[in-house]
Design a protein around this ligand. Structure first.
Ligand SMILES: Cc1ncc(COP(=O)(O)O)c(C=O)c1O
Length: 413
């Protein structure tokens, strides 16, 4: 038997925020105000789980994989389902990233001429490109709309209203982003889902509008479970705010939503055992069958469970409050500076862990460079129309660090 005592059961609860910070090996030479939104540093339980599985794989790759793969992946699905508030772990597909999830689902939908994706101008390249590539291949079309005219006046009802008014008979998918990584705006996913559910009451099952959400910048911060969000497909990487192993992600979907897609890449999960011949294909799709196959970096995939357990041990509510507090401090500090334009709503309901801003007299690269000279890491939003600088304070940061970053921005006046 390959499996040994699993190190992921380390008790991390009741840690102070300083002790949480100490779980990460982030160099103290820099102030890390970009990592949580970009690519994770692994906390101790995740590092230990990866090291544990890596040792087992290196010692006996064949037996370890044969004995552990299905069971460990199922435990990851169970941990993810618990975190997402879903009853059914099999309705989760495992991926390497948000991008892989978006590509897998948009391609798997196989949209035909006469079917369109309604999306917005605010979404990330990964979603836009996944839509473009998939519809070009299958013959469907897409349309992009703006959810608001002016960010500092945006209201939840306006976003819901604009989106729903644009749905046409041919709209099969509405593709949106939970938290925009350009501006940090949080969209009202649950309200949009409710409005689409109303609209779907007059549609046949085959024409139902499916709501697909790139959830990566709410996942690991916000309180809502998947049933509360109410979307059909929830797609996220686990290597940002969840601090999961780099190269992990998931797609969670409802039973009905899974029936609308077919696999793009052959699965390597235990579902492959029942897919030996065309005639034997299951008529019931789920997340296992939609998990792109081939062997992956298994130690990272299996260690993802440790990330869910770590975040749960910190408390979902506590994490949400902490990230919002740090961002509130950051936004209020920036908003008070006459030489800074804040591009993220101050309203907690309309924002999450991303704070976007510009400094008058500097372009964004210059801001990021100037901060880096002060040993402060920030990031630039990689969007065609918005390229703001971003601070993304998360559980790896402290209020003192936010103050230091604000002081560095103040020096740029
Ligand atoms: C909104 C959004 N979606 C998707 C991605 C890509 O994420 P991943 O690296 O998990 O593919 C990013 C990158 O930061 C993003 O900001």
């Amino acid at each position: 038997m390959i499996g040994q005592k699993n190190p992921t059961t380390i008790a991390t609860s009741s840690l102070s925020w300083e002790e949480v910070r100490a779980q990460f090996n982030l160099t103290p030479d820099y102030l890390h105000l970009g990592a949580s939104q970009f690519i994770a540093s692994h906390p101790k339980p995740v590092r230990e789980a990866i090291a544990h599985y890596r040792r087992l794989l290196d010692e006996n790759p064949v037996l370890c994989t044969q004995e552990l793969e299905n069971a460990e992946m199922q435990k990851v699905r169970e941990a993810a389902a618990r975190y997402l508030g879903m009853n059914e772990p099999d309705y989760i597909a495992m991926t390497d990233s948000t991008t892989m999830g978006l590509g897998t689902i948009y391609s798997g939908l196989n949209l035909q001429p006469g079917q369109e994706v309604l999306t917005t101008v605010h979404d990330h390249y990964s979603q836009h490109e996944a839509i473009r590539l998939a519809t070009r291949r299958s013959g469907g079309s897409y349309r992009k709309i703006a959810l608001y005219d002016r960010l500092n006046h945006v209201a939840e009802y306006e976003m819901v209203d604009r989106l729903v008014r644009e749905v046409r008979p041919e709209t099969r998918v509405v593709g949106i982003t939970w938290v925009h990584s350009s501006t940090g705006l949080k969209t009202p996913v649950a309200q949009i889902a409710q409005a689409l559910a109303e609209l779907n009451r007059n549609r046949d099952e085959a024409d139902r509008v499916l709501l697909l959400v790139d959830g990566v910048h709410g996942f690991g911060i916000e309180r809502e479970t998947l049933p509360e969000l109410g979307c059909d497909f929830f797609i996220a990487g686990c290597h940002k705010w969840l601090y999961g192993p780099r190269g992990t992600g998931l797609v969670a979907a409802t039973r009905e939503a899974w029936q609308t897609v077919s696999p793009v890449i052959p699965t390597f999960t235990d579902a492959m055992d029942i897919i030996t011949e065309e005639a034997e294909r299951p008529d019931h799709m789920d997340g296992k069958q939609m998990t792109p196959g081939g062997f992956h970096s298994l130690e990272h995939r299996w260690a993802l469970r440790a990330a869910f357990e770590f975040m749960e041990s910190l408390g979902r509510e506590q994490v949400c409050q902490r990230v919002h507090e740090l961002n509130r401090q950051c936004k209020e500090g920036l908003a008070a500076m006459p030489h800074v334009v804040l591009h993220t709503p101050l309203d907690e309901a309309l924002s999450s862990g991303i704070t976007s801003f510009e400094v008058r007299g500097y372009n964004t690269d210059e801001v990021i460079e100037a901060l880096q000279k002060e040993k402060i890491i920030s990031t630039k939003a990689p969007y065609q129309y918005y390229q703001y600088a971003r601070f993304t304070p998360g559980i790896i940061n402290t209020p003192e660090e936010v103050d230091r970053a604000l002081a560095a921005v103040w020096k740029l006046r």
